[in-house]
Structure formats: structure tokens, C-alpha cells
Design a protein around this ligand. Structure first.
Ligand code: ADP
Ligand code: MG
Length: 236
């Protein structure tokens, strides 16, 4: 992370903790690549509260447990750090899967894939949407190994882990659970445990949901390291 601009106030982040970027209100003030800024700029200028509170932490690699109501902009709060981490690492097609973003439903996965395309528009990162149903899984299997970011539902991800030859995620950098409370719920327990068991423990983990997940069991299950708890109630 480059040093903060001299004008950036140093201080407390709305969600807790300290960062030189705590006072930033605009995306362009963040320590992110120009490519990402250019992707965001036509559509997004000011950060929402959950974005302001979490991005200073997530951008320096910390694990996050973020809670904010539906419609508060949680998607960009995890998409930006995913893009930046892989961009800084110069992640390429031969590096395997760099980030996995898990969403509970096909519809939500589809929406966040669109947001990823917006923010990542000027990057050369390859990303794929892996959801059950309509898509041809054999065609997907041929492509999966060259993708850097996977946006997926738990079932389809597990199917690829089990069936796709040479599926390689041992270098995974960032794991994201969107709607984490739903994914950590009993309904996905078997699938999620099977997925987690195949992922490296050394990684950044970002959990976002509408309600705060603080179950110690869940955190142990996900091997979270000293996570920042960020809870935002009012919209900015
Ligand atoms: P959540 O996941 O918290 O329910 P989303 O990430 O789906 O919320 O965002 C909800 C809507 O707000 C989307 O249409 C998104 O494009 C928009 N949005 C997100 N962040 C911003 C922002 N900083 N400025 C303006 N609109 C935003
Ligand atoms: Mg969402």
C-alpha cells in the first residue's frame, strides 16, 4: 500500500480500528489502482458506510466480518480488495484460482458478477460465474483452470473441486462469503465444510452479511485470523 496522501486525516474508522485512510469518503482517495478507479468512476464516487468502514482494513489484507443491511453496498466492499490483491500480485492464468467468491443463490452470484465486471473493467483479470443449472458443466470444466476469480454457488464450486481435472486452488489469496450467515447456515454445512477442507488456510477471508456472524465455531471453521468486526446500521 502506498503512503497516504498528505491531506488524508488519520483516525478512527467508523466500524472500529485505525487507518490512515479512515477519513476517506471517495473511492478515488483510496490506495487502489488507477484501473479500478477508472472502472468505478463513471458509476460510483462516494463510498457507502460499509465501504468506508471496511475497505481501509480489507485493502491491507485483514480478515473482515462485515454486517450491513441489504442494499448498503456490501458487494463493492469485497470486490475491490479482491481485484486489488490479485492485481498487486500480478495474478495470471497460470497461477490457478486466486479468489473464490461464494454466494448462496444463482441470482445473487449473477448480480455480483456484474459488479465485478464494472469494477474490473480495465483490468485483465479473468473471472467466471459458476452456477448450477443452464450452463454446460463440461465446457465450464475446460475453462475453469484458467480463471483467476470464481464467483460461484457452493454446490457448483464443489462439483468443480471434485470433478474438474487439475483444479488448482492451493495458492488461493482471498475467500469471500457473501450473505455469510446464509452460507454458514445448516443448509450448506456439508458443502461448505467440503469446500473449506480443500482451501489453503493461509489466505485472506472476507465475510459479509446483513446480520453479524460472531459464532466462534464458524470463525474457527473458516480459520479467520484476528478479524475486524464491522457493523454498520444506518445508511450514509
Ligand atoms: P448489499 O449487498 O449490501 O445488499 P449491493 O452491493 O447489492 O448491496 O448494492 C446495492 C446497490 O447500491 C447496487 O445497485 C449498487 O450498484 C449500489 N451501490 C453500491 N455502492 C454504491 C456507492 N458507493 N454509491 C452509489 N451506489 C452504490
Ligand atoms: Mg449483497
Amino acid at each position: 500500500i502506498p503512503p497516504p496522501p498528505p491531506t488524508a486525516p488519520v483516525g478512527r474508522i467508523p466500524g472500529g480500528g485505525f487507518s490512515p485512510y479512515a477519513g476517506c469518503k471517495l473511492f478515488r482517495q483510496l490506495p487502489i489502482s488507477q484501473k479500478t478507479k477508472d472502472g468505478l468512476a463513471p458509476k460510483y464516487t462516494e463510498m457507502s458506510e460499509i465501504q468506508r468502514a471496511s475497505l481501509p482494513h480489507s485493502l491491507c489484507g485483514r480478515d473482515i466480518l462485515g454486517a450491513a443491511k441489504t442494499g448498503s453496498g456490501k458487494t463493492l466492499a469485497f470486490i475491490i480488495p479482491v481485484i486489488e490483491k490479485l492485481y498487486r500480485a500480478r495474478w495470471g492464468p497460470e497461477d490457478g484460482v486466486g479468489s473464490i467468491i461464494i454466494s448462496p443463490t444463482k441470482e445473487l452470484a449473477g448480480q455480483l458478477f456484474e459488479e465485478l465486471k464494472t469494477a474490473g473493467k480495465h483490468h485483465s483479470l479473468s473471472a467466471g460465474l459458476l452456477i448450477g443449472g443452464r450452463k454446460d458443466v463440461d465446457e465450464e470444466k475446460r475453462r475453469v483452470n484458467s480463471l483467476s476469480v470464481l464467483v460461484c454457488t457452493p454446490g457448483r464450486l464443489l462439483q468443480h473441486m471434485d470433478e474438474t481435472p487439475n483444479f488448482e486452488c492451493s495458492q488461493l489469496q482471498v475467500l469471500v462469503l457473501d450473505e455469510a450467515d446464509r452460507i454458514l447456515d445448516a443448509g450448506f454445512k456439508m458443502e461448505l465444510d467440503a469446500i473449506i477442507s480443500q482451501l489453503p488456510k493461509q489466505r485472506q477471508t472476507l465475510l459479509f452479511s446483513a446480520t453479524q456472524t460472531k459464532s466462534v465455531k464458524d470463525l474457527a471453521r473458516l480459520s479467520l485470523k484476528d478479524p475486524e468486526y464491522i457493523s454498520v446500521h444506518a445508511e450514509s
